[in-house]
Ligand binder design. Structure first.
Ligand SMILES: NC(=O)c1ccc[n+]([C@@H]2O[C@H](COP(=O)([O-])OP(=O)(O)OC[C@H]3O[C@@H](n4cnc5c(N)ncnc54)[C@H](O)[C@@H]3O)[C@@H](O)[C@H]2O)c1
Length: 502
């Protein structure tokens, strides 16, 4: 029996999270200052134990910790969701107003994380802090609230670093505008304006933030900020396009299989190997029909039909892929631009041929295929996922062509989220860190500097698997991500967020 604490659980996002946890069989300790006394009720396959609680009161945390310890022995998850919103601009903010927001939002999050860490067993647990896009960009007109969310984001990163050694994963979600009582102070006119500023042209529903994939972010081993409805971020690793090892096989060992994509259609490029193969197989296992595209017929040999052997860099590639998909599926629900090649060279050592090769496949081919596929994508409801890289987000020695290409693909993702949302098409990306392909395994074994830079500093000290990335791609395509567009999901064991000392 899993045990989770959810703060601010009386309404909005917190109530939706508590219900979702309980429906999956967990015991939820739902805390809110607007509850009266303590009550218990069976909900779904689990139960919700509600208690009146002030997250800013240390004594309340001591009492609840004692209760969890006595009744359940341990805690598996904490969702720090409680917050207050204060729509006061900087120049008008009072000390009392600032202090009130700081107490609930910041101090409450700190006290919660501290209590949870003490209650989590040696095999670890998961803490998710509910931040806000105000903690990424800063809202004008809500100084205390917005800055408190920046602080929570910082606490998330530092705690992720410090608690990684105890197997406690710490992540944050950054909801955009969600239709909860917190927005209630706005006029109807303001709400309409706010919704119009969102590419998807609506406010989120609390259930979309609570989606079981939010706690699942941690399950997929991503120390990450997940932006719900917004944009940006990315990363990666390399391999030499000339060299490749035996094909990796994918599989979902030990995970309950869902059928999220029954009756859906997808085109996956680079589907003969690695991340593309794992993604195609998982989509098929969950009910989708997949057109697998790769330039190497050997890699495609074991893939099920339909499949197409073609070099994406060729002039006729987009037309042939589109024609095949159209003939087979009619319309395409998901386009996964995964095919990519590496360019692990300093710019000074990069020939014209290398630059053209890397940019040609990683950027030009993805742009051309996406453009030509647009008329055939399902509208509304279609989605595109680009496979970017951590190296598209930060500088890393000796990888100029590849990093530039992945940075371009990240920006294309953000750009298309703006352009295509009017048609109901969502565009997102994943940014993998070190993913275990044979060539990476070889470099890991032979290059101590690389090992130190890429793995030993990763909070979750292992390389990722193709299945780790496929899981993120399916999440972005699936029903739990319907309010997510323009987002780049780091799947990197926390490498971008919080490098740790080797
Ligand atoms: N492995 C990692 O550590 C890592 C990290 C970050 C990002 N990525 C990205 O993930 C994506 C998939 O990489 P992977 O690790 O699965 O590598 P991989 O080499 O196993 O798979 C890439 C696939 O793309 C195909 N491909 C390459 N160029 C093509 C072309 N011109 N036309 C058709 N098919 C082509 C290859 O044949 C191969 O099957 C790439 O975009 C890569 O940049 C990988």
């Amino acid at each position: 029996m899993k045990t989770a604490i959810v703060t601010g659980a009386a309404g909005g996002i917190g109530a939706a999270i508590a219900t979702l946890f309980a429906s999956s069989g967990a015991t939820v300790i739902a805390l809110d200052r607007s509850f009266t006394g303590v009550s218990e009720q069976a909900t779904g396959a689990g139960q919700i134990l509600s208690a009146s609680f002030d997250v800013a009161d240390e004594a309340d945390w001591t009492a609840i910790s004692d209760m969890v310890s006595e009744r359940f022995g341990h805690l598996d998850a904490l969702i720090n969701n409680a917050a207050i919103f204060n729509p006061v601009p900087f120049l008008e903010e009072s000390v009392a107003g600032f202090q009130a927001v700081t107490d609930v939002n910041q101090l409450g999050t700190f006290l919660g994380m501290r209590a949870a860490a003490a209650l989590m067993p040696t095999q670890g647990g998961s803490i998710v802090n509910v931040c806000s896009t105000g903690g990424l960009r800063g809202f004008s007109g809500a100084f205390s609230y917005s800055t408190s969310k920046w602080a929570i984001r910082g606490m998330t990163k530092v705690a992720a670093r410090e608690l990684a050694g105890r197997n406690i994963r710490v992540n944050a979600v950054h909801p955009g505008l969600v239709d909860t009582p917190m927005l209630g102070e706005n006029t109807a006119e303001n709400l309409t304006k706010m919704a119009a500023s969102v590419p998807l042209n609506r406010l989120a529903r609390p259930e979309e933030i609570a989606s079981r994939r939010v706690p699942g972010v941690a399950r997929q081993r991503v120390h990450h900020r997940l932006r719900i409805h917004d944009r940006r971020r990315a990363d990666d690793l390399e391999h030499d396009p000339e060299r490749r090892g035996p094909r990796r096989r994918s599989g979902r060992k030990g995970l309950a299989m869902e059928r999220r994509f029954q009756g859906k259609t997808a085109v996956v490029t680079g589907a003969g190997n690695g991340i593309g193969l794992a993604t195609a197989r998982r989509l098929q296992a969950e009910g989708a029909e997949v057109l697998s595209v790769d330039w190497n017929a050997d890699y495609l040999a074991d893939c099920v039909e339909p499949k197409l052997t073609i070099d994406l860099a060729g002039d006729d590639a987009p037309a042939r892929i589109v024609a095949t998909a159209k003939a087979r599926f009619g319309t395409v629900d998901m386009l996964i631009n995964n095919a990519g090649v590496a360019g692990p060279k300093a710019l000074a050592d990069s020939s014209d041929a290398l630059i053209d090769h890397v940019m040609g496949i990683n950027v030009r081919a993805a742009m051309r295929l996406t453009r030509d596929m647009l008329p055939h994508l399902t509208k509304p409801g279609g989605c595109i996922v680009n496979v970017c890289s951590v190296f598209g987000e930060i500088g890393f020695p000796n990888t100029a062509p590849y990093a530039a290409s992945k940075g371009a693909l990240s920006q294309l993702t953000r750009q298309l989220s703006a352009d295509l949302s009017a048609d109901g098409i969502r565009v997102n990306a994943v940014a993998p860190g070190v993913i275990n392909t044979p060539i990476v395994a070889e470099r890991i074994a032979s290059d101590a500097w690389y090992r130190r830079a890429m793995i030993e500093t990763t909070p979750i000290r292992r390389v990722g698997t193709a299945e780790d990335v496929a899981g993120g791609i399916l999440f972005l395509c699936g029903p739990d991500a319907q309010f997510i567009t323009g987002h780049i999901l780091n799947i990197d064991g926390g490498w971008l967020a919080a490098r740790v000392a080797p």
